[in-house]
Design a protein around this ligand. Structure first.
Ligand SMILES: Cc1ncc(COP(=O)(O)O)c(C=O)c1O
Length: 433
């Protein structure tokens, strides 16, 4: 079969057998699915050998490039030793090392790791643990507090805490109780104080009923790369702690250097009760997530069998994913990634500022290795798909969130590649203007 027919067949079998995530499949009639043959560094290749820069790190997971030589080697080593083992009653070397290393990178109070295999499950675990803790303490607190414009995943608990109506509204009858409080609309003291006051009002109106406060510190990624002040995060968390409301940090998207520091909690100077990590944890290789908590919480479950936290997933602590996570931490440690990213981040943003010459570009912003702008204009609902198609024509993989165009590259991107991306975006903007 010639190449063209092979690709046609792949696309037609894809549409026959597969239902893709977060997609109205009918849109695929106008915007073809894109078959990817392989990856190397920042590039993904199609079957014709054309290469595309992965500007979104394949849904924000890839940190050190596709087919990374070091991570792949560590994964191959692990495959020959142990591919998987039940994680209840059994353990393995990789996960003991990983846990010790994660704990050593975090504030002293965070001392115990619980594992799962995706971000939403990590959120479910934090929801369940905090609720269960209250039951153990004979407290009747059934409301979860989160921020407006937030996103925490798609499982029912995680979805309940998010605020993206199109993902959530249809399920409203089966969600858990959630109140959303505003976050500052800008970085001014006035705005911060006003939103802190609103938080206090919500807490006092629902006295002793709020179990936990869940937030994506510093950047709400799915909520349109919305960057907000660390002063708000710090004070809001302090207010919650004073009111015996557990603090759950969702660093699933911003952790592992994405927000600038290794973890956003460093910048916010907060020790949350639960820290949820995923995405970059394996460098984008395999699914893994962790919920890290403190000794007090761990000890509350310690004792009779009835007190135990009986949550599990079959692939918890999978040794292959864990080998990739350890390899990812090796790269952070040996290659001084966080400092290098700070320099790279400045370079990227300087380049991105050139986009200000376009009248449909607004609110160019950055935080760490996250860069975004709003595309303003009279566009159809499908502008994101349209932008993605134009991006492919320019050798780029970009998937805007509605009208928010963002760039979250693997950290290994070179200056030349950054220039190529900015030139490509300029070409797209000229077409859309
Ligand atoms: C902040 C945040 N929390 C949770 C999730 C859910 O993670 P997953 O898609 O692995 O379930 C995401 C995914 O984008 C996220 O950005």
């Amino acid at each position: 079969m010639n190449l063209e027919n092979k690709i046609k067949q792949l696309i037609s079998k894809d549409s026959k057998y597969i239902w893709h995530p977060c997609t109205q499949m009918k849109d695929m009639e106008s915007f073809n699915i894109m078959p990817i043959a392989r990856g190397e560094g920042v590039y993904l290749y199609d079957f014709y050998g054309n290469k595309y820069i992965d500007c979104i790190s394949s849904w924000w997971v890839n940190l050190f490039g596709h087919n990374n030589e070091y991570i792949s080697a560590k994964l191959k080593e692990q495959i020959d030793r142990l591919e998987h083992v039940i994680f209840a009653g059994y353990t393995h070397e990789g996960i003991v090392n990983l846990s010790e290393r994660l704990i050593s990178l975090l504030p002293q109070s965070l001392s115990k790791c619980f594992y799962a295999d995706n971000g939403s499950s990590a959120i479910e675990i934090a929801i369940k643990m905090s609720h269960h803790l209250n039951i153990l303490k004979n407290h009747n607190k059934n409301i979860f507090l989160s921020l407006q414009n937030s996103y925490h995943g798609e499982t029912i608990g995680a979805l309940s805490l998010g605020s993206v109506g199109i993902y959530k509204d249809v399920y409203k009858n089966i969600l858990i109780q959630n109140i959303q409080t505003p976050l500052p609309k800008d970085f001014s003291e006035e705005s911060i104080n006003q939103t802190l006051q609103e938080l206090k009002n919500v807490i006092s109106k629902n006295k002793n009923q709020i179990c936990a406060f869940v937030l994506e510190p510093l950047v709400q990624c799915a909520g349109g790369m919305n960057i907000y002040p660390k002063e708000f995060v710090k004070k809001a968390c302090e207010i919650c702690k004073e009111n015996e409301i557990y603090v759950i940090f969702d660093e699933i998207a911003v952790g592992f250097g994405r927000s600038g520091e290794m973890f956003a909690l460093e910048e916010c100077e907060i020790e949350p009760d639960f820290l949820c990590l995923s995405k970059g944890i394996t460098g984008g290789y395999l699914p893994l997530s962790a919920v890290i908590t403190n000794d007090n919480i761990y000890n509350a479950f310690y004792g009779d069998y009835e007190r135990a936290f009986l949550h599990s997933h079959s692939y918890t602590g999978n040794p292959l994913a864990v080998a990739c996570a350890n390899a990812t931490l090796d790269i952070f440690q040996t290659q001084n990634i966080i400092s290098k990213n700070k320099v790279l981040s400045e370079f990227i943003f300087d380049k991105f500022l050139e986009l200000n010459e376009f009248k449909n570009v607004m609110n160019l912003r950055k935080k760490g290795m996250i860069f975004a702008f709003d595309l303003v204009g009279d566009y159809e609902r499908t502008i994101s798909l349209e932008f993605s198609s134009l991006a492919l024509k320019n050798g780029l993989i970009i998937r805007p969130l509605g009208n928010v165009v963002y760039f979250m590259p693997p950290y290994i991107i070179s200056k030349e590649q950054v220039c190529f991306v900015v030139d490509g975006i300029k070409n797209i903007l000229k077409v859309l203007n």
